[in-house]
Write a protein that binds this ligand. Structure first.
Ligand code: AHZ
Length: 310
């Protein structure tokens, strides 16, 4: 009798949840209050392993030749991936992110604060992607930076033509001799390794990397830091850039316009966007305002399609 009473209570509680959560689909609410008889469908462990590894290695195979590689899945790289993936479902896009967690510096708005500020007209990108915001006149505010990042990320990951390899570091650039016969090179893809392997090059014997061929690479690895400004630092060490300008102090007014306007092809085959660009140009940083990152991603996508006539 007690059990019947308890079960009636559970069913009543489920009914309340059902009523309140009218947005939940019927099968989900049907499940509620039925946990005593609940069981998952059977599975063998090897089936789980094969379900993951088969897909991962098929993706590695498919993306070994890709149309566009984007290095870094911060706010700029994700915006570039979204724009390219949406405009050109026919192109194969490979997004490579060193961190286990993509998103770069865009999980918080600034310091440890939650809200993300974007100056207009970057609200156009938020509307496009479907991120809600408060309109404050010249600028808009997303209630949590993570809402922006998770929404763009979800849109990108759902696209059939985009594959993200996270926990994977771009360790080098693939080069070819310049077509004009000069000392220059064109970039023809990237050299990769799992990030945990990259971190152990000093204490393990040589662990050779993997490669991805692509006619276009967009680098958005952020400003200088342990992982930042990767491609432009490599361009200096391979003598394709004389030196870096070095990111300058904070000036929101100057920095945001400059980063968007100057997002461009730096050497043949390599477009640089986001804060990585400030290291080449000696541009100011903007700190906690993210409109330039979103629109630099849009410009990088446009440049990729224009420069390479894709
Ligand atoms: O993990 C890095 C981050 O997610 C990733 N990354 C860096 N080097 C990589 C490599 N291979 C693969 N070699 C790599 N991935 O690139 C992402 C960069 O994201 P970010 O948020 O640092 O850069 P962003 O240019 O998209 O946005 C910068 C936002 C600003 S502005 C600013 C300031 O003015 O102070 N600070 C930040 C964080």
């Amino acid at each position: 009798a007690q059990l019947a009473f308890a079960s009636k209570k559970v069913n009543e509680a489920a009914a309340v949840v059902d009523d309140r959560a009218s947005g939940l689909s019927k099968p989900l609410t049907d499940m509620m209050g039925q946990w005593d008889n609940f069981s998952f469908a059977p599975i063998r462990e090897s089936t789980v392993s094969r379900a993951m590894t088969r897909r991962y290695f098929a993706d590695l195979d498919t993306h070994a030749e890709t149309d566009i590689v984007i290095v870094g899945a911060g706010s700029c790289g994700l915006s570039a991936a979204y724009t390219l993936g949406k405009l050109r479902p026919d192109l194969r896009i490979t997004l490579i992110e060193a961190g286990v967690a993509p998103g770069g510096g865009a999980w918080l708005g600034g310091q440890l604060f939650s809200a993300m500020v974007m100056r207009k007209p970057a609200d156009v990108f938020l509307r496009e992607v479907g991120v809600p915001f408060e309109d404050e006149g010249d600028y808009v505010v997303v209630k949590h930076a993570a809402l922006f990042t998770s929404t763009v990320l979800a849109r990108v990951l759902a696209m059939d033509n985009v594959k993200m390899f996270n926990a994977t570091t771009v360790e080098d650039l693939i080069t070819r001799p310049a077509e004009d016969g000069s000392q220059g090179v064109r970039i023809a893809g990237v050299v990769t390794n799992w990030t945990l392997v990259s971190m152990h090059h000093d204490d393990q014997s040589c662990m050779d990397p993997n490669t991805v061929n692509a006619p276009v690479v967009i680098s958005t690895t952020g400003h200088d830091g342990p992982f930042g400004a990767f491609s432009v630092k490599r361009l200096v060490s391979m003598k394709q850039l004389e030196q870096l300008g070095g990111m300058r102090g904070l000036d929101m007014q100057l920095a945001e316009d400059a980063i968007v306007k100057n997002t461009r092809e730096i050497v043949p085959g390599l477009i640089v966007g986001g804060m990585e660009l400030s290291e080449i140009d000696g541009a100011n940083r903007m700190g906690p305002t993210f409109g330039a990152m979103a629109l630099s991603g849009v410009k990088a996508a446009e440049e990729a399609l224009r420069v390479f006539d894709l």
